[in-house]
Design a protein around this ligand. Structure first.
Ligand code: 13P
Length: 336
């Protein structure tokens, strides 16, 4: 077996430990600025460092979190005690990886649709991140639902780039976290989200196959099948679980070891309840179903922190609590 394959298998094994999930702390500067603004916190290199140091030094975080996705800036930042921030994670037995895409731009000729940037020079960057201890990498593609969209062209183009990135990661021994996100924005129904998500995942796995990506050595980070945020008919956790599992069974090969959902704008409580409903069903499924939440893990911690170091312990307790509840949801044992 090649060294890269052995490394990939070891990382997948660590990330998919039962009862643990992934914390997405990889917001770009622009995105974290929006989140900080909502709690009246200033956004500077220093406050971003302080906030992430707070998250990563949460006592006991490693009991529920197997991996953290970082933004490039964080890889090189040091704590107040001069320790590299990723080292704080390593000390808790948590693996770290990195978001490697460079955000989205409009897809020329397709109004309302987007492409993700970052393939140019990616091979070299992946090598550098690996040198710095990253074990996995994430790439997010975005699919919007609206009048006449998504088009099959946008789906195919995004699937192609996700597959190219995944192949490059595996070549270097980094586990790809493949994230095709069908957005919740809009008033579309649960059934529409199900139809679009099925089409997107089908295209993504077709592209992964064409690019000779080893399915056993990647994680999928999809959206759950939910109605649009503005849809008048919202869904129960049971309905979300049934629609999501139906979609995944139709499209995701059993070779894929783990599916770690994004939260995508669901409230933290809804994201936990929906994940729990999937794991509580009597039906068995071939993949570990877990989380890779950003907002749904961090929102209560951010609210408690508000940019003030005096609130650090409360914020850490809020993160710990969300991580613990989502861990329970991975085992179908969450109660609201
Ligand atoms: P959310 O859970 O907030 O959607 O973030 C996950 C993520 O990593 C988006 O790329």
């Amino acid at each position: 077996m090649s060294i890269a394959l052995q490394e990939l298998e070891r990382t997948v094994g660590e990330l998919t430990v039962p009862g643990k999930g992934i914390l997405a702390a990889d917001e770009s500067v622009g995105t974290i600025e929006k989140r900080f603004k909502a709690v009246n916190a200033a956004c500077t290199e220093e406050t971003r460092r302080d906030y992430r140091e707070l998250l990563f030094s949460t006592p006991g975080l490693g009991d529920f979190i197997s991996g953290v996705i970082l933004f490039e800036e964080t890889l090189k930042q040091k704590s107040l005690t001069s320790m590299l921030l990723p080292q704080l994670l390593a000390e808790q037995g948590i693996a770290y990886g990195i978001k490697v895409d460079r955000g989205t731009v409009p897809l020329t000729g397709f109004p309302g649709e987007k492409m993700t940037q970052g393939l140019d020079g990616l091979q070299q960057r992946l090598g550098e991140y690996k040198q710095m201890g990253a074990r996995f990498a994430k790439w997010r593609a975005v699919i919007a639902i609206g009048a006449g969209i998504p088009t099959s062209q946008a789906i195919a183009a995004n699937a192609h780039d996700l597959a190219s990135y995944a192949a490059m990661c595996q070549e270097l021994g980094l586990v790809p976290i493949v994230e095709p996100e069908v957005l919740m924005d809009g008033d579309h129904t649960l059934a529409t989200c199900a139809r679009v998500t099925e089409e997107v995942l089908h295209a993504v796995f077709h592209a992964l196959h064409q690019h000779r990506v080893t399915l056993e050595c990647l994680l999928l980070k999809p959206n759950m099948v939910v109605p649009g945020a503005a849809c008048s008919e919202q869904a129960t956790p049971h309905q979300v679980a049934q629609a999501t599992l139906t979609c995944l069974r139709r499209t995701v090969p059993a070779a894929v070891p783990g599916i770690n959902f994004l939260s995508g704008g669901q409230s933290d409580a809804a994201a936990t309840a929906n994940l729990n409903a999937m794991n509580a069903t009597a039906q068995s499924h071939p993949w570990a179903l877990s989380f890779s939440y950003g907002r749904a893990l961090q929102a209560p911690a951010l609210k408690a922190w508000r940019g003030e170091s005096a609130n650090k312990i409360n914020a850490q307790q809020a993160l710990y609590q969300r991580a613990r509840l989502n861990s329970a949801a991975c085992q179908g044992q969450y109660t609201a």
